[in-house]
Design a protein around this ligand. Structure first.
Ligand SMILES: [Zn+2]
Length: 278
């Protein structure tokens, strides 16, 4: 009898204080996105910010090009009685150097009035990347938005007409002008903006949980802000608007305003086979 009470007390204590193990799927490396799994009754806090998870406990983490090595993931049980902090390392990636010649000089060294326009546009794009939608559209997986040769990888340090510029924030896919561009996954169009200084005609599709894909330098745009799209829907065509030396799609990916390698989205289906427990 005494033992039975002791057992009940111990199970009660462990029930209110324990946090169940967290699983991360993918490779913890600069430029990558990972799928995390927690008990649906728990909350995940990543680098001191609470992050959204789906009804079945799935959430996303992404690491930028220059993400620092050590990361902090806190898991809190629903009734706040249990909390666990996990530290894990993010492996470094070696990024390429990309030499690009023949860029119109104004697009490499913008004038003062161009700089003012760029700043205004940046605010418009950033605002669309800050939206967080609850619907986990991203769970339907990702496809390549256009077939073609990859002419520029994510993360490359760019030297344009001999001038060092910011690292490349997406994947460039070269294709003929007018080639259809497809939505990489289900989502909602949060930006369809014409003629931005660098990215030209630009579409941003929101896939929920703060994950967006960006489609730049488009010739035509077939969607508008507020439209819902399905994976594979044609949202526009390949062009060379903005800062482009030839027709290509610049395909970008952003999670809660952190740019990462869109290639990592294409690997999403395989990530479930590559999980580790913290
Ligand atoms: Zn690009």
């Amino acid at each position: 009898m005494k033992n039975k009470y002791l057992f009940l007390i111990i199970s009660f204590i462990s029930c209110v204080t324990s946090v169940k193990a967290v699983e991360l799927c993918g490779v913890a490396k600069q430029g990558e996105i990972l799928i995390g799994k927690i008990d649906p009754n728990q909350k995940a806090i990543f680098n001191n910010k609470e992050i959204i998870s789906s009804n079945d406990g799935l959430f996303l983490l992404a690491f930028g090009r220059d993400e620092i090595n050590s990361q902090n993931l806190q898991v809190v049980s629903g009734n706040l009685s249990g909390e666990e902090t996990y530290k894990f390392a993010v492996a470094l990636t070696e990024w390429d150097i990309q030499n690009i010649k023949g860029v119109p000089p104004r697009k490499v060294t913008p004038s003062d009035s161009d700089l003012a326009a760029i700043e205004k546009e940046r605010k418009i794009v950033r605002a669309s990347l800050k939206e967080i939608k609850n619907n986990p559209y991203w769970k339907s997986g990702f496809i390549r938005p256009v077939d073609g040769r990859i002419s520029g990888q994510f993360g490359g340090q760019r030297i344009m007409n001999g001038v060092p510029k910011n690292p490349h924030q997406g994947m460039d896919i070269a294709a003929k002008e007018g080639t259809p561009v497809k939505a990489a996954s289900d989502g909602e169009v949060v930006l369809a903006y014409p003629d931005l200084f660098y990215s030209g005609n630009t579409i941003v599709v929101d896939h929920g949980h703060g994950l967006q894909t960006i489609y730049a330098h488009l010739k035509d745009m077939n969607v508008k802000r507020g439209d819902t799209v399905k994976q594979g829907d044609v949202i526009g065509t390949v062009g060379k608007t903005g800062r482009a030396t030839g027709p290509h799609l610049h395909w970008g990916a952003s999670l809660r305003n952190v740019r990462f390698n869109p290639q990592s989205l294409l690997d999403m289906n395989n990530k479930q086979q590559n999980c580790f427990t913290l």
